[in-house]
Ligand binder design. Structure first.
Ligand code: KIV
Length: 274
């Protein structure tokens, strides 16, 4: 069944939602077939696909291209696309224009943006313009420099109160869901209970309404995964050994074997070539 923003709203308190990052057509197809509720075209593509240290340099062009590829694969999963760092901070018109581009050219079905009360006017405008918005609180990687690094957020009561207030403000502004990243599990539980929209956790404990992971993390492709990552299968290791086996067979002349080759058409003798 096709997942929509309505599915998300209705799932609150009833069933947990599974979201995963996706950046390309082939992988997104497998994820969709596996029954994901949502595919997040995260700006983490800057890290895992492009090799950047953080997400700041990711462009609209990057997001549009990857989002459209994922959207072409997603039959049932809701496709959510991150708004990159520079795409919504200049002014409201710039933000609206870029969100609309992600929905039309990128074929996104919702956008995600990082930040709380300070972005609520924008969330309200986007929602009014029929652009569903997913919020993102806690560790917001686009603010890595403002936060002083990638670290657990909401550890003090003051910080925790701000996250709770921001979650309420985002809901009030019309966000249909929010991601809560890297906060103490009891705080995530408190936020989840305080709002009527689904809270999708990453490093936020078991009491959120759903979970999201970066696929390269959960398949063991990441060198130093965060503590909150569970590696579901060591696909990274089996990929490396498949690549090594291929290189070895090429060098030894074992690949390609006759069954991988096209023979000469009947009556054609390539020995006659001069
Ligand atoms: O960009 C991303 O992958 C994200 C997830 C970590 C939630 O925002």
């Amino acid at each position: 069944m096709k997942n929509t923003v309505l599915t998300f709203r209705e799932a609150k308190g009833r069933e947990k939602l599974a979201m995963i990052t996706a950046y390309d057509y082939s992988t997104a197809k497998l994820m969709d077939q596996a029954g994901m509720n949502a595919l997040l075209v995260g700006d983490s593509l800057g890290n895992v696909m492009l090799g950047y240290e953080n997400t700041l340099a990711v462009t609209m062009h990057d997001m549009l291209r990857h989002c459209a590829a994922v959207a072409r694969a997603a039959e049932n999963a809701l496709v959510v696309c991150d708004m990159p760092f520079r795409s919504y901070r200049v002014n409201a018109a710039q933000a609206m224009r870029n969100a609309l581009r992600l929905m039309v050219e990128g074929m996104a079905q919702a956008v995600k943006l990082e930040g709380g009360a300070e972005f609520c006017l924008l969330v309200r405008d986007l929602t009014k313009a029929s652009v569903p918005v997913m919020g993102h609180l806690g560790l917001t990687p686009q603010s890595v420099h403002a936060l002083g690094g990638f670290r657990v957020q909401g550890k003090s009561l003051a910080q925790a109160q701000k996250i709770l207030d921001d979650a309420r403000a985002l809901e009030d502004a019309g966000a249909f869901a929010l991601v809560l990243e890297c906060v103490p599990a009891p705080l995530a539980a408190r936020v989840t209970n305080a709002v009527g929209i689904p809270v999708i956790g990453i490093g936020a404990g078991p009491d959120c309404d759903g979970q999201v992971l970066v696929w390269q993390d959960m398949l063991g492709l990441t060198e130093r995964p965060a503590r909150f990552v569970k590696i579901f299968e060591q696909t990274g290791k089996s990929m490396t050994s498949a690549f090594a086996a291929y290189a070895e067979e090429v060098r030894r002349g074992a690949f390609p074997a006759p069954e991988h080759c096209y023979g000469a058409p009947e009556g054609v003798d390539f020995g006659e070539l001069t």
